[in-house]
Ligand binder design. Structure first.
Ligand code: GDP
Ligand code: MG
Length: 173
C-alpha cells in the first residue's frame, strides 16, 4: 500500500471585509477577484500534496459575525482555524482575541489557529504594526503571517499548509 493521506477541516474567521474570501480564493485558484458576495458562506474541497503526502482539505469560508448554533457546529467540526484581520482595520485586529476566546470555549481546549494580518499592500493605511500581530500570536501560541490577497505572496499557501501540519501533529499525539 502507498503512503496514507491525511485530512484537515479548516474554518476561516474574522470581521467582514478583512479579505477572508479573497485569501481562500487566492489559495485555491492563485487568482484575485476584487468582489465577492459578502454573505456567501461556502465550503471548498481541496486536494493537494503537502510534504509528499496526499492531502484532502475542506475549507469553510465564513460570512457574518454572529455566533449562531450553526457556527458552533462549524467550530466543533473544524480541526483548525485561520483567524484573519486587516492591517488597515484596527477593529478587525481587536476582535481577534474575542474570536479566539469563543473558539476555546466551544472546543474546551486551546484551539489550533494561525493568525493572518491581510492587506499589507495598503501599507500607507497601516493601523496595526507587525509586532502587535506577532505579540497576539505569541499569546495565543499560534503562528503569525502578514500577507496580501491582492498581491498573492507565497505566504498564503504557507499558512494553510502550516495549519495542516499542526493539525496532523496534534492528531498523531
Ligand atoms: P471577507 O468579508 O472577509 O470575505 O472579505 P472579502 O474577501 O470579500 O474582501 C473584502 C474587500 O477587501 C474586497 O473589496 C476585496 O477586494 C478587498 N481585499 C481583500 N483582500 C485584499 C488585500 O489583500 N488588499 C486589498 N487592498 N484589498 C483586499
Ligand atoms: Mg467573504
Amino acid at each position: 500500500t502507498g503512503k496514507k493521506g491525511s485530512d484537515s477541516k479548516i474554518v476561516v474567521l474574522g470581521k467582514a471585509g478583512v479579505g477572508k474570501s479573497a485569501l481562500v480564493v487566492r489559495f485555491l485558484t492563485r487568482r484575485f477577484i476584487w468582489e465577492y458576495d459578502p454573505t456567501l458562506e461556502c465550503t471548498y474541497k481541496h486536494h493537494t500534496t503537502i510534504d509528499e503526502e496526499s492531502v484532502n482539505m475542506e475549507i469553510l469560508d465564513t460570512a457574518g459575525q454572529e455566533w449562531t448554533i450553526q457556527r458552533e457546529g462549524h467550530v466543533r467540526w473544524a480541526d483548525g482555524f485561520v483567524l484573519v484581520y486587516a492591517i488597515s482595520d484596527r477593529q478587525s485586529f481587536e476582535e481577534i482575541s474575542n474570536i479566539k476566546q469563543n473558539l476555546d470555549d466551544i472546543k474546551k481546549t486551546n484551539s489550533m489557529c494561525v493568525l493572518v494580518g491581510n492587506k499589507t499592500d495598503l501599507c500607507h493605511e497601516r493601523k496595526v504594526s507587525y509586532m502587535e500581530g506577532q505579540n497576539v500570536a505569541t499569546d495565543m501560541s499560534c503562528a503569525f503571517y502578514e500577507t496580501s490577497a491582492s498581491e498573492g505572496g507565497e505566504e498564503i499557501s504557507e499558512f494553510f499548509h502550516e495549519l495542516h501540519r499542526e493539525i496532523k501533529r496534534r492528531k498523531q499525539v
